[in-house]
Ligand binder design. Structure first.
Ligand code: 13P
Length: 393
């Protein structure tokens, strides 16, 4: 066995968590040696590492901080607190998030936008190193956003497959170990057969390419909250979407033990006038997942999709009242960041208070992952809905 291969094998074996493996050795050295191919060669020698990464991200009592807003979306967030969309302001906000003391107790992974992956703190520490030092695995949004899908009913498709292999290799080199690709399915606009097939195929191609380059793919077909439909209709559409996603994932020989899912919860449409209890959301969502997701998949990390902070936490808690075949946790952006951003308001003297707010939200979601959360004591702001019609990421 070549020395570099042995070095990687030992570092993987000796570390309980993937995050520690990265801390213990320079990232570049993990790219030099590859493990010998196992039975399934689809993931190109990264199988063992992919499985470990996925398990670390899906570790007990922890979930993902999604902070991968594109520059345009981040600009909208900054505008909501009266700040200009400059690189300096985006850096300042992201520095606040990644340097929150103690964050790694509740957060296992952070999804970054490309700009953030290459940014550093003002005193010169790479964001990725700051995350790794807290045992938080850095991840990267790799899709290139949504564009109109011609031939459909005003639906969209997700771009980003061109050049994805070389971009993924570069992200791995920079320290990313998982990836995210968000595509959407709209219920009011159909969804058409074409849009669902396109969404599922794109996710599967992305997942295969990510695994070949050492990144655990987060598979995210978001079924948008927009619409007046019932919870039953969401359930019906979600079954169809996930059936296709898994069909194409298998066709593309994706290693299920080395992926993570990021579904939307099964709820009534945001404009239906109906409000489902956390128990009802949990019942429908778990029924869907049990019918469609093999137990080989290590983790299901929900998006918040415009739910209020409290609602997203309550729903997650309801899903963890009895054992599940997979780790059921969170990968929230809006439902983790909303109060934090408002509290900060761009003021340096508020950084500490905002970090405390982030830690609190992360801790409450950690409790929900363990099925031990209660909404007692939550303030009114955390209960405010965050739904925005036609939201883009
Ligand atoms: P929200 O939790 O705001 O829906 O974000 C989802 C997402 O895909 C972020 O990565």
């Amino acid at each position: 066995m070549a020395a570099s291969v042995l070095k990687q094998a030992l570092s993987l074996k000796n570390s309980q968590f993937f995050g520690q493996a990265v801390v213990n050795q320079p990232v570049s050295s993990t790219t030099s040696g590859r493990l010998p191919a196992c039975v399934s060669i689809r993931a190109s020698g990264y199988e063992e590492e992919l499985v470990k990464t996925a398990k670390t991200v899906a570790s007990k009592g922890r979930g993902i901080l999604a902070m991968d807003e594109s520059n345009a979306t981040c600009g909208k967030r900054l505008a909501s607190i009266g700040l200009e969309n400059t690189e300096a302001n985006r850096q300042a906000y992201r520095q606040l998030l990644v340097t929150t003391p103690g964050l790694g107790e509740y957060i296992s992974g952070a999804i970054l936008f490309e700009e953030t992956l290459y940014q550093s703190t003002l005193d010169g520490k790479k964001f990725v190193d700051v995350l790794i030092s807290q045992n938080i695995v850095p991840g990267i949004k790799v899709d290139k956003g949504l564009v109109p899908l011609s031939g459909s009913n005003n639906e969209s498709w997700c771009q980003g497959l061109d050049g994805l292999a070389s971009r993924s290799a570069a992200y791995y080199k920079q320290g990313a170990r998982f990836a995210k690709w968000r595509t959407v399915v709209s219920i009011p606009n159909g969804p058409s057969e074409l849009a669902v097939t396109e969404a599922a195929w794109g996710l599967a191609r992305y997942a295969a390419i990510s695994q070949e380059n050492g990144l655990v793919p987060i598979v995210e077909p978001e079924i948008l909250l927009d619409g007046e439909h019932s919870i039953e209709r969401t359930f019906e559409v979600a079954q169809k979407v996930w059936a296709k996603v898994f069909y194409f994932l298998a066709e593309n020989k994706v290693l299920f033990e080395g992926i993570l899912l990021k579904p939307s919860m099964v709820t009534p449409g945001a404009e239906s006038g109906e409000k489902a209890t956390p128990e009802k959301v949990a019942e429908y969502t778990l029924k869907l997942l049990k019918r469609r997701v093999p137990p080989a998949v290590p983790g299901i990390m929900f998006l918040s999709g415009g739910q209020s902070e409290v609602e997203a936490t309550l729903n997650l808690n309801a899903m963890n009242q009895s054992p599940n075949p997979w780790h059921v946790s969170f990968s929230y952006a809006r439902a983790l960041q909303n109060s934090v951003l408002k509290l900060w308001g761009g003021q340096p003297e508020k950084v500490e208070a905002a970090q405390k707010a982030l830690l609190t939200r992360a801790k409450l979601n950690s409790l929900a992952q363990l099925g031990q959360y209660s909404a007692e004591g939550e303030d009114a702001e955390a209960k405010e809905g965050l739904f925005v019609k036609g939201y883009s990421y």
